[in-house]
Design a protein around this ligand. Structure first.
Ligand code: ZN
Length: 153
């Protein structure tokens, strides 16, 4: 079966930066699965996988515009310390969910001052060229329930 709309794909991968540093990889002996055509993985990788089949290997370099996009300065916000619970321990690098104009996003604390906390809602891989090397482990037809939910089970 070929990867295309309404298929569920399992793949293993290693993600490296342009410089060759390993950023992420699927755990040994495990693969990740997604429902193709739902933008649940970045477009550059999803497009590369179209038409591949179980056993296919891939090696694709994805530019930021087909990956996590470019950095958006508006996603960096300085929030009054008083918007956090008084007993909240706020640390650099801490992540939490925040409601924004773009909906719920994960933000990371990048600066702490006496009265203000700066948070950044940009994805950690924003602006980066990414290389994915991996293998398609399996392709199957999505179930009616998966299509209904819009994700792989
Ligand atoms: Zn579901």
């Amino acid at each position: 079966m070929l990867i295309g709309p309404n298929t569920v794909v399992n793949f293993s991968y290693t993600l490296t930066s342009e410089q060759g540093d390993i950023i992420d990889q699927s755990p040994e002996g495990e693969s990740m699965s997604y429902l193709h055509g739902t933008s649940s993985i970045i477009p550059g990788l999803e497009n590369e996988l179209i038409g591949k089949t179980a056993g296919s290997e891939f090696d694709v370099t994805v530019k930021p515009e087909d990956g996590y996009g470019e950095r958006i300065e508006e996603m960096v916000q300085k929030m009054p310390r008083s918007t956090f619970p008084a007993d909240a321990e706020i640390e650099l690098g801490m992540q939490f969910g925040a409601e924004t104009a773009q909906g719920q996003v994960t933000v990371v604390v990048t600066e702490i001052e006496d009265d203000f906390v700066t948070v950044d809602g940009n994805h950690p891989l924003v602006g980066m060229t990414l290389r994915f090397v991996g293998k398609v482990e399996g392709v199957r037809e999505a179930t009616a329930e998966e299509l209904d939910h819009g994700h792989a089970h």
